[in-house]
Design a binder for this molecule. Structure first.
Ligand code: NDP
Ligand code: MG
Length: 382
């Protein structure tokens, strides 16, 4: 089925791969949004001819307006621009690929408009998953995951009649670039090493999250929210080869898995075409040239971020928004060379100790928890 897309975060890793899928599979693009990547936004507009282009940053939007003056394409800025792209009437599908909690309001807007949401932005579900899923249920909006693990689970669940048939979700983790390292070794790692993921090429924030294993913690919470699963029915296994993208164990003991090459085009494409499958640009997997598949328990002692995330998954309420906000702030500081690798977990833990948790939060409580968590991080480094 041909879709008309609004691609939020079109200049990012997921956004660019979404446009590659759109081009290969013949989907239309009605809107693109970036934060500051003006040059790339101009290229994308000239290539895909959307009706709307948004740069969240005001100065960037002014520059983009000048660059696109000859095209007649509407250029907007700020939060209003992002929300207009999320609600654009001609788009039936919104690809939510902004990084961080900045993606929450646009995603909610797309849900309110009853769009299919191809959801890459995991922070949205980590901060406000219960609220987002409830809203999607009320508005009849389909949320189809893009994150490879959650797409794998979604694929394994096709044909499953009731949630009672599911015993466990099993999420695979590559282990990241620092697999097997000790705390002492981790205290010495540099940004450049953390940015070098062994199996996946992704944006900077998620690449650091993959190195601390916070990414797997965020994905654990994402899976709880997407599939209404209690934490005791989700397991994380380290699978260094990144070939099995995740698994579902059913009541009769059968385990189904989804396998593929480490190429996000496939989960992106499936989120657009589900329940159909079509040919696309994803790299095929040759089983005969695969290494042996291995599975191990994760090391939550050394990788404290994962432990903290699992504790928040149990605690619930605004704790997951505090976890996420503190992590976003700490990762940004690490990328600016202002703190060390191990400081990320230390600062997240300090924020979790400091910011009180509220149960059954509304949207304002979630934004307040996010703000307070960031503030706690900045105070700890001052
Ligand atoms: P990137 O950093 O590569 O891209 C982020 C995108 O969001 C860019 O288009 C960026 O614009 C835009 N953006 C950043 N900040 C803002 C803001 N404040 N307001 C509006 N737009 C903003 O990230 P990824 O593509 O790697 O990841 C996107 C999301 O998908 C994340 O939530 C990530 O966890 C998730 N994800 C990513 C995977 C991957 O393989 N990359 C896999 C699974 C999930 P600009 O270029 O102008 O800065
Ligand atoms: Mg993932």
């Amino acid at each position: 089925m041909k879709r008309t897309l609004s691609v939020l975060g079109s200049s990012g890793s997921i956004g660019r791969q979404t446009l590659k899928v759109a081009e290969a599979c013949g989907h239309d693009v009605a809107a693109i949004t970036v934060n500051r990547s003006v040059e790339l936004a101009e290229d994308q507009v000239r290539r895909f001819r959307p009706r709307l282009a948004v740069a969240a940053d005001e100065e960037a939007a002014a520059a983009l307006r000048i660059r696109l003056a000859d095209t007649g394409v509407k250029v907007l800025s700020g939060r209003e621009g992002l929300l207009e792209a999320a609600a654009l009437p001609e788009a039936d599908t919104v690809v939510a690929a902004i990084v961080g909690v900045a993606g929450l309001l646009p995603t909610l807007t797309a849900i309110d408009c009853g769009k299919r949401v191809a959801l890459a932005n995991k922070e949205t579900l980590v901060c406000a998953g219960e609220l987002v899923m409830a809203r999607a249920g009320e508005r009849g909006a389909e949320i189809v995951p893009v994150d490879s693990e959650h797409s794998a689970i979604f694929q394994c669940l096709q044909g499953c009649q009731s949630r009672g048939e599911v015993r466990r979700l099993i999420i695979t983790a590559s282990g990241g670039p620092f697999y097997g390292k000790s705390c002492k070794e981790l205290s010495l790692v540099k940004k450049e090493q953390a940015l070098r993921h062994p199996n996946w090429s992704m944006g900077a924030k998620i690449t650091i999250d993959s190195a601390t294993l916070m990414n797997k913690g965020l994905e654990f919470i994402e899976a709880m929210r997407l599939y209404s699963m209690p934490p005791e029915r989700i397991q994380i296994v380290v699978h260094r080869e990144s070939i099995v993208h995740s698994l579902v164990e059913f009541a009769d003991g059968a385990i189904l898995a989804q396998l593929g090459s480490a190429d996000m085009c496939l989960p992106i494409q499936y989120a657009l075409t589900w329940p159909e499958r079509t040919p696309g640009p994803a790299k095929p997997l040759d089983l005969l040239s695969c290494p042996p598949l291995t599975f191990q328990a994760p090391d939550t002692e050394t990788f404290r971020c994962l432990r903290l995330a699992l504790e928040c998954a149990d605690r619930g309420g605004t704790s997951t928004a505090v976890l996420n906000g503190a992590n976003e702030a700490a990762v940004a500081l690490f990328l600016e060379d202002k703190i060390s690798f191990l400081d990320i977990a230390r600062l997240v833990e300090a924020a979790l100790d400091r910011v009180p948790v509220k149960d059954n939060p509304g949207l304002n409580d979630i934004f307040e928890a996010d703000r307070a968590a960031r503030e706690a991080v900045y105070q700890s480094v001052r």
